[in-house]
Design a protein. Structure first.
Length: 119
């Protein structure tokens, strides 16, 4: 069964699909020794690339939105609410809004971050 996508023709609808450069963001952040770059933002969604390079610690604070991390490169662990989740390339994990969490045990870790933005 094939599916066709058609843009709705109602005023105020979502813009046409667009591409964003995850590899480019990852390379820029790695060259800067880590950081976070937003590659897409819309009313209900934010997608970013987060690169961590040891020995720099992960200093993020709990977020007000649910989020998913998808490991693009490297390995390490994510500590969430006192539990440790081992991660490697191709793995993903969910973190609920408000949860204390921190990446640990990495040398170089690149993740795609997907935030649900509550409207």
């Amino acid at each position: 069964m094939s599916r066709e996508w058609h843009a709705p023709d109602v005023e105020g609808s979502l813009p046409i699909a667009h591409a964003f450069d995850i590899e480019g963001a990852k390379a820029r952040l790695a060259a800067a020794n880590g950081g976070y770059e937003i590659v897409h933002r819309s009313a209900g969604l934010e997608i970013g690339v987060y690169v961590l390079v040891a020995p720099e610690p992960d200093r993020q604070q709990p977020h007000s939105d649910d989020e998913v991390y998808v490991v693009l490169e490297g390995n390490g662990a994510l500590e969430v609410g006192g539990e440790r989740v081992e991660l490697r390339e191709g793995h993903a994990t969910f973190v609920p809004a408000g949860a204390e969490h921190r990446f640990v045990g990495y040398e170089h870790l690149s993740v795609l971050v997907i935030f649900e933005r509550r409207v």
